[in-house]
Design a protein around this ligand. Structure first.
Ligand code: GDP
Ligand code: ZN
Length: 292
């Protein structure tokens, strides 16, 4: 049988199979010989030891598509970055950091702005254009009024999506909207998972259906960029590229140079002020890091 590791706690792995069951598998002794440590998100082959008690044994880890460090999870297809349009005000600098970190991993990003009920059409349009131009999928939803949920479900269907976002933006409310209608068959395992929640901060995968999974990560408020040179930063501001041929200097940093296509576009309103400001802030940060 084949399945996916949805949680690892206290020496056990929990494997969700195509049939919708979750099997508890002992971690001890697994793959000691090839030194491969199973990760949440790993697709595995499984031997059922006891169908009634839902006990199993992991036989092999199937090849990984990728693995992330934060959250520690394998085989992620895309990232869903959740912010509220307001309450709390979006931290656009944090949003850019998320986008860069995900793009470094070649993960496509969906930017989901929740609480759209608190925003006018014009305000939404302005936000939409900024990030759409930057090459990302932008979606407005309201978890409270269940708006945009079907569209969101379509974007997630058949994929493993890692969720990210600061606390208070409505992440839990959105997850609740996406919860499966069918109750999973888990035996007494769910109780153990519940208990584990309070003792570990490991990543957890939430099965939405047989092929759709969400990776929930604890909320956070800051993110450091790493493995990035300041010269590489502009690559992650996709909307800059069409203006770069107008820069006078090769290797223009778009910060202080006199004739700069990016700054020109900024003045004409073709590049967003918010995006440019955060580019400059992150550039300075990366420049500062170098000195150490
Ligand atoms: P989390 O910390 O990101 O998990 O956020 P919660 O799901 O706990 O929601 C934080 C607060 O925002 C709660 O008071 C929710 O009722 C509220 N909230 C969530 N979604 C919406 C929404 O779509 N519109 C509005 N107006 N409030 C929302
Ligand atoms: Zn330039």
């Amino acid at each position: 049988m084949q399945g996916k590791i949805i949680k690892g706690i206290a020496g056990f792995y929990y494997v969700h199979t195509e049939t919708g069951s979750v099997y508890e598998c002992k971690a001890k002794g697994v793959f000691r010989k090839d030194k491969q440590k199973p990760l949440v998100g790993d697709n595995v082959t499984l031997e059922v030891l006891d169908e009634e008690k839902k006990l199993g044994h992991i036989k092999a880890i199937l090849p990984r598509k990728n693995d992330l460090i934060r959250p520690a999870v394998a085989n992620v297809d895309q990232a869903l970055i959740i912010f509220a349009v307001t309450k709390p005000e979006p931290n656009f600098n944090l949003l850019d950091r998320f986008l860069i970190l995900m793009e470094q991993k070649d993960l496509p990003c969906i930017i989901c702005f929740n609480k759209q009920d608190l925003f006018s059409e014009e305000e939404k349009q302005e936000l939409y254009e900024i990030y759409q131009k930057a090459g990302h999928t932008v979606l407005f939803v309201s978890a409270l009024y269940k708006q945009g949920v079907e569209e969101l479900k379509e974007l997630l269907e058949g994929k493993t999506t890692t969720l990210a976002g600061p606390s208070g933006v409505g992440k839990s409310s959105i997850i609740n909207c996406l919860q499966p209608d069918i109750q999973m068959e888990t035996g007494d395992i769910s109780e153990k998972i519940e208990r584990g929640k309070h003792t570990t901060r490991h990543s957890e995968i939430i099965p939405v259906n047989e092929t759709t999974y969400l990776v929930d990560t604890p909320g956070f408020s800051s993110l450091l960029l790493f493995d990035l040179e300041k010269e590489e930063l502009a690559q992650f501001y996709n909307e800059f590229s069409e203006y770069e041929p107008e820069c006078r200097f090769i290797g223009c940093t778009h910060t202080h140079e006199p004739v700069c296509g990016v700054k020109g576009a900024l003045e004409k309103g073709e590049i967003s002020k918010v995006r440019y400001k955060n580019y400059c802030l992150l550039y300075e940060e990366l420049e500062g890091k170098k000195k150490y």
